[in-house]
Write a protein that binds this ligand. Sequence first.
Ligand code: 2HG
Ligand code: ZN
Length: 509
Amino acid sequence: LTSERYGVQRLPFSHVSDSDLAFFEHLIPGRVITDPDELRLFNVDWLQSVRGCSKMLLRPRTAAEVSEILRYCNKRKLAVNPQGGNTGLVGGSVPVFDEIIISTALMNQVISFNSVSGLPELPEKRAPPPAQARWNCCGREEEPFHQPRSAGAAEERSPSPSPGPPELPQPGRGTPAQACRSCQGEERLPRPSPELPGTRAPPPAQACQSCRSRGKVLADGSILNCLASLRKDNTGYDLKQLFIGSEGTLGVITAVSILCPRKPKSVNLVFLGCQSFSQVLGTFTTCKGMLGEILSAYEFMDDKCMKLVENHLKLSKPVTGSPFYILIETSGSNSAHDEEKLNNFLEHVMASGLVTDGTVATEDKKIKMLWSLRERITEALTHDGCVYKYDLSLPVERLYDLVIDTRARLGKTAKNVVGYGHLGDGNLHLNITAESYSHSLLDAIEPFVYEWTAQYNGSISAEHGLGFKKKHYIQYSKPQEAVLLMQQVKTMLDPKGILNPYKTLPASS
Ligand code: 2HG
Ligand code: ZN
């Protein structure tokens, strides 16, 4: 159990009683789960690294039901754990103790889509007003998760999600945590515009424009509807942004809308090998200069993580013998133009010695195969033992130094220390594996990694959030005044602290 491993004390919330059960069964008949076998899956995170002991899972379908649930829980002082796809990587998506899990899995309907604006329509125009999640563009063809296929996809809207495991936006805590990761630079968003640094993620400012969480239910059950289907709306404070990234600690998001760019007509992918990290950086600079407006992803991987993908998942890479690999994606509307640009770029980087070897993919099948080498690293890591994950924002020129220093510091106490990530965003995924969990290994890694990051004014969580595992380290990335303000906001919106307790913020003193 998480609470035992990390020595956490349960806060004085009420325990679920028979009359609570009767209330919920009356409210959402057939959608209250208490069977321990069924609950097991929802109590454990995707990485199987944290585990709670909730005895009840609720599956609302509408914002009105979520509202009734929260109103009741708030009155009774019952703690809740809003859960989206349960794909978080920092222990935020599962209960720590016996919090009631509110799953948004059934709130997965696409409500509407406006093919002219690329925006969803306001549900108020429809009767009765639906209170569901609104998806417009998520989901590449092969997306393995249970996201609804979007109206946007049908309309040839841009598929968005890119590298990495789960963590697709899903309302619930989800949106706060997961979609929100997306909104703040995570990679699974539609790419709204060119001149994109390095991943399929829009730069934060644009990303925030792309994801609009619309319906939220607050701790006391009140429903907050903010306009979401407008491109521009600068009226008052941007409340939606407050909820994005709040990991279900401020409210439950019941509907989201995501701006959908059109699906690009021409997509190319190249997989390259480099002899050093400085060549990876040199290639990146050249790439921005030569591919400019059609560059849609720039990912890097070290050879150690590629080995894990090969050994554990039996995937083979088309280029071998390099300590670093790069994936570059272009997306545009004219294949002849894009291919010409790409060929010029490739000739240049090969001739200048920045890149030693490479392969190009223009067909879907090969593109998917190449992407899987990058997207399945997280999965490969889970087969390597116990994984310690770090998701850092760093000045791009220092990015890989942290991997080297961590490797040197841990020596043989770690099985593998690997680095990969969204180089264009300055986002490193540092992962350390060991045969089993060990407190002493954790002590050797933390706070070392956080101190290292803070000395370069980096962020200790670029896209994954703080959840349960990182909340005590927020001060490495935020000043005390900011943390205090966040705590005050939390207290104002959730005075009894029932929403996803033990997560995101350290307890206020
Ligand atoms: C990715 O980019 C995800 O693949 C997961 O953000 C990163 O597993 C990780 O560390
Ligand atoms: Zn990532």
